[in-house]
Design a protein around this ligand. Sequence first.
Ligand SMILES: NC(=O)c1ccc[n+]([C@@H]2O[C@H](COP(=O)([O-])OP(=O)(O)OC[C@H]3O[C@@H](n4cnc5c(N)ncnc54)[C@H](OP(=O)(O)O)[C@@H]3O)[C@@H](O)[C@H]2O)c1
Length: 236
Amino acid sequence: MTVTDILVFGHSGQVATEIQALGDVVTLGRVDVDLSDPAACTAAIHAYRPRAVINAAAYTAVDRAEEEEALANTINGEAPTAMAGACASLNIPFVHISTDYVFAGNGTRAWLPDDMTEPQNAYGRSKLASEVGIRASGCTHAILRTSWVFSAHGDNFAKTMLRLSDSRDELSVVDDQIGGPTPARAIAAACLSIAQQLCDACVVPHRCGVVKLHLVAITRHDLRRRRWWWRQEALP
Ligand SMILES: NC(=O)c1ccc[n+]([C@@H]2O[C@H](COP(=O)([O-])OP(=O)(O)OC[C@H]3O[C@@H](n4cnc5c(N)ncnc54)[C@H](OP(=O)(O)O)[C@@H]3O)[C@@H](O)[C@H]2O)c1
């Protein structure tokens, strides 16, 4: 499979930009498909009929989501669920990105995949809704939870700190947060690699014997002569 078989939701975001840098994928930006219209996501997948879909788009304004929870739910929960449903109906794999915000945030060690989810804000709830919807869709899928994404593109904490440090003598930052900064390039590479592996797992292999027998010939005569073959291959 080549990466041209992969349809990516997202175009100008951090991860979507890095996916494009790594492969010749088809990307859909907001102007192509608005995730606030989940039916449009379904239609796009059916129109492109790719071999795999990656969702790198999301409502990522964590604080603003408190005032726009319904919109965040549609973009982060319903749209990926619709994508997963389309992938299920076409029997193609779906790779989706989620977040550590699905957890309570009070852990003393790195979160593990099976830890209990307990989102504490609207953004976390909307991302958890995507996980639940994707699992329920029945499609072949992978959900990558990541945290503190950074890259040279878009907005991220590292760029904000660098920019502020150019203009201020002092910076004040909360000191109660510990996380794992993750390069968008690493997430992009993981998404592409997993999409490829899931495609490989979804193939429909053909397996049949090399000996060609005509069914009528078997039925009509020389069963005795052919019996040796059945015995050799399968029969006791
Ligand atoms: N950033 C983080 O620290 C972080 C941490 C954990 C998990 N994640 C997850 O990682 C994934 C990628 O994050 P990122 O940092 O690459 O995000 P990002 O840079 O904020 O990009 C988000 C993308 O989503 C698109 N988008 C937003 N609303 C849309 C809409 N209504 N219709 C269509 N597209 C829409 C944006 O398109 P426009 O460019 O047109 O606005 C943008 O390309 C997301 O699932 C996010 O939840 C991110």
